[in-house]
Design a protein around this ligand. Structure first.
Ligand SMILES: [Zn+2]
Length: 102
């Protein structure tokens, strides 16, 4: 479930933005997410996934906006993120309540 309901759409419209480079707060690479993709909704909500839910493939490891503590500010393309390792989650599903992947 999305922690934050979307203020614009019925559910977040997560558009694929590019590859994600992902580290934890100590600067160590998070292998479960590094090299995956990142997504963004028109409201600003971001999502990082190892999988390809936009292609109806499993999400696998993922992090939601609440897990992202920093980023390089890229609006599109390769994004560099700092994520709380303890908040990385896993699902075999290709959907998540509150999100649509495009
Ligand atoms: Zn949204």
């Amino acid at each position: 479930m999305a922690e934050n309901p979307c203020p614009i759409y019925a559910q977040h419209q997560m558009r694929s933005q590019g590859f994600a480079s992902v580290k934890d707060e100590s600067g160590a690479k998070i292998n479960q997410l590094d090299g995956g993709g990142w997504f963004k909704c028109g409201c600003g909500e971001r999502f990082i996934s190892w999988g390809s839910p936009q292609s109806r493939l499993p999400i696998v490891y993922y992090a939601t906006e609440g897990a992202i503590v920093g980023s390089n500010g890229a609006s599109t393309g390769i994004g560099a993120f700092t994520v709380k390792r303890s908040l990385v989650r896993f699902t075999e599903s290709n959907t998540l309540p509150g999100y649509m992947f495009l």
